[in-house]
Design a protein around this ligand. Structure first.
Ligand code: NI
Length: 247
């Protein structure tokens, strides 16, 4: 029922959300070395998932990483408070950042697909979309974590007809603090705290200033909410499909 409602709601929405363009001008930084990665199977730090229909939950999501300037800072802030979040990675940024991807997975965070090069999918042919998803899935899998079971379209540009060839849940959002437009971490924290509500999927970006806002922000949000992954919030299973904005 929730999915049907979500789909109906989506029909009434403009299909391009504001998604930060900042990553297009991201400075090229030296990648971490990916040599000597351990080859053992990664073990996720598991914990019982809350029932988000009964408990106040919130899903923080971070797009456009992995980013050598911020992903590890975001992970450290989440780990400090034993909070979970969801990352939507861009395939072409994964090389050199394998350790961050693995760290997020081991922490129990969701690892999602955010395309290979952040192209507007409404301008692509189905075969190109499939290729973007496949290449990114492989890049992530090559870090040693399972292929992502979630997808977030770049810019939120999405048509329901795409569900014919996107066979994993499409995760949009219902709270957009526009962190990419902010130059002050305190302002980011303030806006997110004001806009937070139970069942929200909050879109943020894997960038330095957002990372700097997180330690205090997560500490404050945890007083009111369980910080969960999108999978936990929506109670997704491996068979789930469709498009979601939040709970
Ligand atoms: Ni993006």
């Amino acid at each position: 029922m929730r999915l049907v409602f979500t789909l109906l709601f989506l029909v009434a929405l403009p299909f391009t959300f504001a998604d930060g363009p900042w990553h297009q001008s991201r400075p090229e930084l030296a990648p971490e070395t990916s040599e000597n990665l351990p080859t053992d199977k990664l073990k996720v730090h598991s914990r019982p998932a809350p029932n988000c229909v009964k408990v106040k939950c919130l899903a923080l999501t971070f797009d456009d990483g992995p980013n050598p300037e911020s992903t590890n800072k975001i992970l450290a802030a989440l780990e400090k408070e034993d909070a979970r979040a969801s990352f939507f990675f861009i395939g072409r940024y994964v090389k050199g950042q394998e350790r961050s991807v693995r760290r997020a997975y081991v922490d129990g965070d969701d690892i999602g697909n955010h395309s290979w090069d952040h192209t507007d999918f409404t301008k692509l042919k189905p075969s190109q979309i499939k290729n973007e998803l496949l290449k990114t899935g492989l890049a992530i899998e090559n870090t040693g974590v399972p292929e992502p079971h979630l997808f977030r379209p770049p810019y939120g540009a999405f048509r329901l007809s795409m569900l014919r060839y996107i066979h994993v849940p499409v995760i949009l959002w219902n709270v957009d603090p526009k962190d990419w437009a902010q130059k002050d971490p305190k302002a980011i924290a303030k806006i997110v705290e004001e806009q937070a509500r139970p069942g929200a999927i909050i879109v943020m970006h894997d960038r330095r200033l957002t990372a700097e806002a997180l330690t205090k922000l997560i500490h404050n949000l945890k007083k009111k909410y369980r910080l969960v992954t999108v999978t936990e919030l929506l109670n997704l299973s491996p068979k789930s499909k469709g498009a979601y904005l939040g709970l």
